[in-house]
Design a protein around this ligand. Structure first.
Ligand code: PMV
Length: 303
């Protein structure tokens, strides 16, 4: 049996603006998805999971198929999945499970896949299943660490920084990324002269944050401005804002929506008193997790 794992992610800065070519910063978190694979004597692919994943297992199936195509070799597989964070919550479960499946399948078949190929294949899986996908999630889950995303060039750059202690607050229900991206597009179509500067300013926040992160300074203020502009784009919800403001009151130096919004998750930057922020979010009915930045991306655990 081979077990591979890959981490989830948060977007620290630049979601939505990245769709229009602005840079973004995303980070791998120390919560992983584990994929264990054993060969079968027939040619079926049987998948079981500790969590119910989005719409069955389209990512896992597509990832196994794509790996077979890539290697020019196929075999029946028993695949079991275990997750340390909730799927379909905006924390990158789809990319993590895809990349871990590719890595485990290739390893079981006795082949090595370099990280660049792994990220590329992971991105292809997301595109096959979703129709389109940015490189953010597949890159972060493959390489780990904090990544500066340049969408126009489809490249990422690792930012060396100190750990960023975060608390993630999950509302219990993810928003639809496709719908929210579409809503922002409609808002932009209605008021281009108003919305374009907001998108560009979010890009400016991301650039400022890159510098702040490298100098290991406080990113809280920039997170708060970014949150305000995401609200301006219409992707906030009352509940997310409730978590954001309560987290700040409980000691977070900054807090914002992370990912597509409309539900899903927020993040709070909390160098001290993480427990207080966790209990405040839980008191409001959310699922709160202390997370750190994970420097390692996809890896083989056993096998
Ligand atoms: O909620 P998530 O993790 O799917 O993030 C979506 C991020 C967007 O910028 C809104 C869309 C994208 O593809 O980058």
């Amino acid at each position: 049996m081979v077990t591979a794992s890959a981490p989830g992610k948060v977007i620290l800065f630049g979601e939505h603006a990245v769709v229009y070519g602005e840079p973004a910063i995303a980070a791998a978190i120390d919560k992983r998805i584990f994929v264990s694979i054993e060969g079968r004597s027939d040619d079926e692919i049987i998948i079981t999971s500790s969590h119910e994943l989005r719409d069955g297992y389209p990512y896992v199936k597509a990832a196994a198929e794509l790996t077979f195509e890539y290697l020019g070799n196929r075999q029946g597989l028993d695949i079991s999945i275990d997750a340390e964070f909730p799927p379909a919550s905006g924390l990158g479960s789809s990319a993590a499970v895809s990349v871990a499946t590719i890595l485990a399948t290739a390893t079981l078949l006795g082949r090595e896949v370099g990280l660049k190929d792994l990220a590329r294949l992971g991105h292809q899986v997301e595109k096959r299943v979703q129709g389109s996908a940015s490189i953010t999630d597949s890159s972060v889950t493959t390489f780990g660490g904090v990544l500066f995303i340049k969408p126009r060039l489809e490249i990422t750059e690792k930012i060396k920084t100190a750990n960023i202690p975060l608390v993630v607050g999950y509302t219990g229900k993810g928003g639809s990324t496709k719908e929210l991206v579409n809503n922002v597009r409609m808002l932009r179509d209605s008021y281009p002269e108003v919305v374009d500067p907001i998108i560009h300013t979010i890009g400016g926040i991301t650039l400022a944050a890159k510098k702040t992160l490298k100098e290991e300074e406080d990113i809280g203020g920039l997170m708060n401005i970014n949150h305000g502009l995401l609200e301006a784009l219409g992707v906030g919800t009352a509940r997310l804002s409730q978590y954001v403001y309560s987290a700040r009151k409980a000691g977070a130096l900054g807090a914002k929506i992370t990912g597509a919004g409309g539900g899903g998750c927020m993040i709070a930057y909390v160098p001290q008193n993480q427990d207080e922020v966790v209990s405040v979010i839980e008191g409001l009915g959310g699922l709160a997790m202390k997370v750190s930045i994970e420097s390692e991306g996809a890896r083989i655990e056993r096998g």
